[in-house]
Design a binder for this molecule. Structure first.
Ligand SMILES: Cc1cc2nc3c(=O)[nH]c(=O)nc-3n(C[C@H](O)[C@H](O)[C@H](O)COP(=O)(O)OP(=O)(O)OC[C@H]3O[C@@H](n4cnc5c(N)ncnc54)[C@H](O)[C@@H]3O)c2cc1C
Length: 425
């Protein structure tokens, strides 16, 4: 199947800052680097490479930001999933290395938004909420770590009452407020970064699904109408990767869904989120919410569903949302959509090679907004032969899920079950 797909029916697609219409790949080309996939990983890699003077081409099956990057919760969350696994692999000195990696993506995003004047509603302010006492203990440890590392942004542990006063719900027993994290319009960020990459000399091809990579000698990336022979290829298709099956076999594809309300009145906004914070619970299969720039309430979580019917998504998510915010009963939820997150079993983002000059980066779990930006920089370093940070991830062997490619939807269900069980204790 090579037919290009339009954006999903999300609030983001309906509030796009500019629509993209990069021409499909036709004819035979050569380049320094060919990147497959125009989500955050691919675009971020391309922008970094273009800034460093490489001739880089991005080949996207659908449109810029079509995958998870253009559909996500827009929560700019610090940290990397699977940090324990990374620490174990690194041994001594892991703490300072991981601390730096935790926040690197945020810096890249903030710097790009400013440099390239990207209109993506970037806001600072984030609340990690606790549901159980063990979550509170984890937040206390997080606050201690912030203090120890002289975190340059404001942060504060909140009691149950303070949490209630901050976000107008009784659902949580405490929280950690952190102004180093934040939220943004992910599709507009991705589109803005794509524009920036092109302004620095990169070429993007949309509606161009890569069907094959010829791997004898210099790799050749092939679509129905064209090809690119490149010194290096970077695979950036994440959970939507349709090309190298073995890259999907090393992570669970987990579905997450979002509903977006009509714009809320000032009175309601003042009651439920006057500080305009992004909020996220600590479960593996988590719930997350925030306001958009035009004051819609965006609520994300899981459904027992793997399709894309907005009615089914609304029906399943509304009761979850109303448990937290009964005061939103009767509000119209105008958008409902879903997407697939790539979740490695050991949670560690996966970077590696499938040949000497073909690299991949994928599997960021729910931390992709931040970590994809770090990954783009690491991929660009790797192309230049600087492997320090690439090796941190590449040295961690991923678990393989046998037969994953044969049981697509069943694997999604199994993945959801596995993570739901983790949330039970
Ligand atoms: C509903 C949802 C909510 C989320 N919420 C958050 C959040 O709030 N915060 C956070 O940090 N993370 C969140 N995530 C995770 C985050 O969005 C992802 O980790 C991140 O966007 C992955 O980016 P990517 O570029 O690697 O992949 P994607 O954005 O999925 O991009 C992959 C691209 O590759 C293209 N592609 C695939 N195969 C081919 C091929 N053969 N040829 C050409 N192109 C191809 C696809 O069309 C796609 O555009 C969420 C994810 C989802 C789905």
């Amino acid at each position: 199947m090579t037919k290009a797909l339009p954006h999903t029916g999300s609030y983001y697609a309906a509030s796009i800052s500019e629509s993209t219409s990069y021409a499909p790949l036709t004819g035979a080309h050569t380049a320094d680097v060919c990147v497959i996939g125009a989500g955050f990983t691919g675009i971020s890699t391309a922008l970094t490479l273009a800034e460093r003077g490489y001739d880089v081409r991005v080949v996207e099956a659908n449109q810029v930001g079509w995958g998870a990057s253009g559909r996500n919760g827009g929560q700019m969350i610090g940290g990397i999933s699977g940090e324990q696994g990374i620490a174990k692999s690194l041994g001594a000195n892991s703490e300072s290395i991981i601390w730096e990696l935790r926040w690197a993506g945020h810096e890249i995003i903030r710097e790009r938004v400013e440099t390239y004047d990207i209109q993506c509603d970037l806001k600072s302010g984030y609340l990690d909420v606790a549901i159980k006492p063990r979550h509170l203990r984890a937040l206390e440890a997080d606050a201690e770590a912030l203090e120890k590392h002289n975190f340059p942004f404001e942060y504060k542990l909140l009691s149950k009452q303070e949490t209630r006063d901050t976000i107008g719900t009784e659902a949580y027993i405490g929280a950690l407020l952190n102004t180093g994290n934040g939220h943004l319009h992910p599709l507009n960020l991705c589109i803005g970064e794509a524009r920036a990459a092109v302004s620095r000399g990169a070429t993007i091809y949309e509606q161009s699904m890569v069907l094959n990579i010829e791997k004898n000698g210099k790799p050749k990336v092939v679509t129905t109408q064209g090809s690119i022979s490149a010194d290096f290829v970077v695979l950036a298709g994440n959970a939507y990767h349709l090309l190298e099956r073995k890259l999907r076999g090393i992570m669970f594809p987990v579905n997450s869904f979002i509903i977006a309300s009509e714009p809320l009145s000032e009175a309601v906004v003042n009651e439920i989120n006057p500080q305009d914070l992004a909020v996220c619970d600590p479960n593996y299969v988590l719930e997350y919410f925030r306001l958009s720039a035009d004051k819609r309430f965006l609520f994300g979580g899981r459904c027992n569903y793997s399709g894309s019917d907005p009615e089914v998504i609304r029906r399943q998510l509304m009761p979850r949302m109303l448990r937290i915010y009964p005061q939103l009963a009767g509000k119209k939820f105008e958008f409902a959509w879903g997407g697939t997150i790539g979740v490695p079993i050991n949670r560690v983002p996966q970077m590696g090679r499938i040949a000497d000059n073909i690299f991949y980066s994928q599997g960021y779990s729910g931390h992709g907004v931040n970590v994809t930006h770090l990954a783009g920089q690491i991929m660009a370093d790797t192309v230049a032969g600087t492997l320090d940070r690439f090796d941190i991830f590449a040295n961690i062997e991923p678990f393989t899920i046998p037969g994953q490619h044969l049981f697509g939807k069943q694997m999604v269900a199994l993945g959801m079950l596995y993570y739901k069980l983790q949330d039970q204790w």
